[in-house]
Design a protein around this ligand. Structure first.
Ligand code: SAH
Ligand code: SF4
Length: 438
């Protein structure tokens, strides 16, 4: 049997795309292996949200080049965002690649691999198209109880620092019936949780003929039997409206967690980032959300060291972080990406300053995480068990509806099931608890 090795970089949308790639490979007769040395086809599904990930990918390609020299029969290909953004540079740096398939054409994987087997000709396909992916593509899902379901692809926002609109094209919502069919099928296969994906899920439906918005599709998904939890990511603050916040409260399966990227707490920087909201608009949204959905957990993304960010702008970010007290934050050093508007701005911030700001931000957020989590001690939560704890093989880990990770003792046959856990300790990244057997 032929075998394939597939490695994924980047966001949840890329993870989903990789599930499709894995499905296509399987359908084409390839078994997936964990070791590239045992593979006939090697595929990297790439990301290009920051420069650092590009360096990682090229360093991996350096290793794979050596492997291909030893085993010239290996077919080595790249898919995803880096390829979509920089096809020429990629080929210049890695001329030993057999194929490049962009974010719009990766579904042609099987045909491309089969042709290369026959005629050994390199394939590059990075054309954009506005039709979305074809229907009914096979998928090999990583989990058997929780699944990603894209509802909208692409982005129309062009935040000045971001590559996504260049690599994923314009917003394209999936037809509601396709989404509902996919989730119905997941439910009939025993799936209990879905995470709806989009660069900006709040834009869902704006490009469709029928009158439907994100709150409407949530309400339809909420009616699907078998599905117990609905999550979604990401929400852009400028498009978060009261209707959606109210539906987070009224729809019983929609989890009490909102990921709402702030990016910066300074009005000057937010404007330069082209985010379309101010610090006070963001604060008002948080207050409204917390009023309508009490106890909701809020997480965010923050970039430090955007061009022109002075110490006082950074202090505005720190102060807002201290005021809002997020339940978690993904924090990033600004990465200057060629071709974006922000790369043209003057006053790029020195690397040492960015690193030092990141360190201060992380220190504050860690303390907040710890304090927030300590308030949960003695409370009981329903936890969907996801797997074995990453730190301790003898323990399990799962998530509460509020997206808090809980680690507890239990047997592996609980994976994929709901259990009740009482929190005994609130750590910085996760809670510890004891299973309650009713
Ligand atoms: N669509 C989502 C974000 C997608 S990218 C949204 O608008 O919120 C995920 C995160 O990566 C962003 O929220 C941002 O914080 C970070 N990011 C994107 N481009 C970046 C860059 N050039 N430098 C540093 N961080 C970046
Ligand atoms: Fe990037 Fe902004 Fe679009 Fe998010 S909303 S994907 S940060 S351009």
């Amino acid at each position: 049997m032929l075998s394939a090795y597939l490695k994924t970089y980047g966001c949840q949308m890329n993870e989903y795309d990789s599930e499709v790639m894995a499905g296509l490979l399987k359908e084409n007769g390839y078994g997936l292996v964990d070791n590239p040395e045992k593979a006939d086809v090697i595929l990297l599904n790439t990301c290009y949200v920051r420069e650092k990930v590009k360096h990682k990918i090229y360093s991996k390609l350096g290793e794979l080049e050596k492997l291909k020299e030893k085993n010239p029969h290996i077919i080595l290909g790249l898919c995803g965002c880096l390829v979509q953004r920089e096809p020429k540079e990629t080929i210049q740096r890695a001329p030993f690649l057999d194929f490049l398939l962009g974010t719009f054409s990766f579904y042609k994987l099987s045909e491309v691999i089969n042709n290369i087997r026959k005629n050994h000709k390199m394939v590059i396909n990075v054309e954009e198209n506005s039709n979305g992916l074809p229907k009914g593509l096979p998928k090999l899902r990583r989990k058997k109880f929780s699944a990603f379901v894209p509802i909208i692809r692409g982005c129309n926002n062009f935040c000045s620092y971001c590559n996504v609109p260049y690599v994923r094209g314009r917003e394209k919502s999936r037809a509601p019936e396709d989404i509902l069919k996919e989730i119905d099928e997941l439910s009939s296969h025993g799936y209990k949780e879905v995470t709806l994906l989009g660069q900006n899920v709040n834009s869902y439906g704006k490009d469709l003929k029928e009158k439907i918005d994100f709150a409407d599709i949530l309400s339809l998904i909420n009616q699907i039997k078998g599905i117990k939890r609905i999550r979604f990511t990401t929400s852009h603050p400028k498009d978060l409206n009261s209707k959606l916040i109210r539906s987070m409260d009224s729809l019983d399966k929609v989890c009490e967690h909102l990921h709402l990227p702030l990016q910066s707490g300074s009005d000057k920087i937010l404007q330069q980032m082209r985010r379309g909201y101010t610090r006070s608009m963001y604060r008002d949204l948080v207050n409204e959300t917390r009023k309508i959905v009490p106890g909701i957990s809020l997480t965010t993304d923050i970039i430090v060291g955007f061009p022109g960010e002075e110490e006082r702008d950074f202090q505005d970010t720190l102060n807002l972080v201290k005021e809002i007290r997020f339940d978690g934050a993904f924090t990033f050093i600004y990465s200057c990406l060629k071709g974006t508007k922000a790369a043209e701005l003057k006053h790029q911030i020195p690397e040492e300053v960015k690193k030092e700001r990141l360190r201060r931000l992380i220190e504050i957020q860690k303390k907040i995480n710890q304090e927030n989590n300590e308030t949960l001690v003695e409370k009981e939560f329903s936890v969907l068990v996801e797997g074995v704890s990453k730190k301790n093989e003898s323990e399990l880990q799962g998530r509460t509806r509020h997206n808090k990770i809980v680690v507890f003792k239990g047997k592996r046959d609980l994976i994929g099931k709901f259990v009740l856990v009482k929190v005994t300790e609130g750590g910085c990244w996760a809670l510890k608890g004891d299973r309650i057997i009713c």
